[in-house]
Design a protein around this ligand. Structure first.
Ligand code: GLN
Length: 454
């Protein structure tokens, strides 16, 4: 019992969960026992799953890790979580994240940062960031608190945390997973996806999570392929592109070495490697950091103290005062920064110079990929420009934090499927991730290349 209690304390110290719902996981386990007895097991019967606390869950507090939603208990279930329960899974709890999924380190959560279960092997004991925004999902899986979790990815929030803790995660093609019931950050970019230890687990989970939903107007009305059955690490006949613009200045040598290792794995699996060019890559980050805050500033207008969660109504105050007081108290600093950037780039005098321009560049970035697909079927890049950094290291410098997303945002802007898979360890023994980007709807190609690396 002593050992068990110590393990529980160590697990809780990671701060991965905002709310724990063990009874729901136990109910799913019981249901799995009966299903086994009657011979009708479902694909995820009895599997305990952690839900990023951005998915609305009926009767269970959903906060997006923000004070403004504290105490908000949805009366409905998100489509994606509902599909997981229908496939037999049970919810273990709601996982911590960056506030409204804005961040790359989990430090913007109102409920305190998540701590990565990993440590550098140089004896330094610095607590490391689990990545973000799906850092609670990443830490919980990596620490073996749950076998799988949901994530969402707007500009890298599934892929970068997966890379930081040595697990896999896939952001499918935009529109594969319904956004209905997922707290919105930037609607034209937001996609749900699974995170798990293996590529196969990701394929199984993605199959359960995907599918047309009339309640999301951007949902793809297409059948869900049998991704798990289609898994194969034989890449004969596949051409994998290496985008030269991703060789960014100042990239650590070990990231370069990781990339070379990935190339070797794919060659061994039969793929042909080709150099390709994505000429507008350098504009992806500034484009993303205009479009995402613009959409966020609009999406977050609904938190007014009337409909959801927190209400701050000073004595004798009027409606405007309530809005102002609620939003001032309810949103964290990073969320306020994004709202200010977003309203600025959408304002009358600056709309054309920033927002319209960013939309045009977004199209150019998407066309870069279209052109690359003329000479290759998949792309291989590092997931992030570094291994996990220490908590606090980039907190004071938002730009340094945004730079961490340099390799993940282009696929988001183009709506393409992209996956991070562990590629090896750095000199400090920390995991590094490799990213596979595929053509729209080619999750199978992405999963198969990831399998060849795994
Ligand atoms: N780190 C990026 C951001 O802060 C991406 C976040 C995400 O994908 N949700 O916007």
């Amino acid at each position: 019992a002593e050992g068990f209690n110590a393990n529980v304390a160590a697990a809780k110290a990671l701060n991965a969960f905002i709310v724990e719902t063990p009874d729901k996981a136990l109910d799913a386990a019981d249901a799995a026992d009966s299903a086994r007895a009657s011979g009708d097991l479902k694909p995820l019967s009895g599997v305990p799953i952690g839900m990023k606390d951005l998915f609305c869950t009926e009767g269970v507090q959903t906060t997006a890790a923000s004070h403004i939603l504290e105490g908000f208990v949805p009366t409905y279930e998100s489509t994606v979580s509902g599909k997981l329960w229908a496939a037999g899974a049970g919810m273990l709890g709601k996982l911590n994240l960056d506030q409204f999924a804005m961040g790359s380190s989990n430090e913007t959560s109102y409920f305190g940062n998540v701590i990565s279960p990993w440590k550098r092997n140089d004896g330094g004991n610095a607590a490391l960031a689990p990545g973000g925004s799906s850092g609670g999902s990443a830490a919980a899986i990596s620490a073996r608190l749950c076998p799988a979790a949901t994530g969402t990815d707007t500009g890298g929030s599934i892929r970068q945390p997966a890379a930081f803790v040595g697990i896999s995660g896939i952001k499918p093609t935009y529109g594969r997973c319904s956004r209905w019931g997922v707290v919105a950050f930037a609607s034209s970019l937001d996609q749900a996806g699974p995170m798990a230890r293996t590529v196969r687990d990701n394929a199984i989970l993605l199959e359960a999570m995907s599918g047309f939903d009339p309640k999301d107007s951007t949902s793809l009305d297409l059948p869900v392929p049998a991704w798990e059955a289609g898994l194969s690490s034989d890449l004969k006949g596949k051409r994998v592109g290496i985008p030269q613009e991703y060789r960014v200045e100042g990239m650590p040598a070990e990231i370069d070495a990781l990339w070379e290792k990935g190339i070797a794995y794919l060659k061994d699996a039969g793929a042909e490697i080709v150099e390709v060019s994505l000429p507008h890559t350098q504009y992806a980050l500034p484009t993303y950091y205009i479009i995402a805050p613009a959409e966020a500033s609009s999406n977050l207008a609904r938190y007014d103290g009337v409909r959801f969660g927190l209400r701050d109504l000073p004595d004798g105050a009027g409606l405007q005062d309530m809005y102002a007081a609620t939003r001032a108290a309810g949103f964290g600093p990073e969320v306020k920064r994004r709202i200010m950037i977003g309203t600025y780039v959408l304002s009358a005098g600056f709309y054309d110079a920033y927002y319209t321009q960013a939309q045009k560049v977004r199209t150019l970035i998407a066309r870069d990929f279209d052109r690359a697909w003329e000479s290759c079927d998949l792309l291989l890049t590092p997931t992030a420009p570094s291994a996990a950094f220490a908590l606090g290291e980039k907190q004071a410098d938002p730009l340094a934090m945004y730079l961490n997303d340099v390799f993940t945002v282009p696929a988001s802007l183009a709506g393409l499927p992209a996956m991070s898979v562990p590629g090896g360890l750095d000199a400090q023994g920390l995991p590094l991730g490799l990213q596979i980007i595929g053509k729209a709807l080619d999750e199978q190609g992405v999963l198969n290349a990831a399998l060849a690396i795994e």
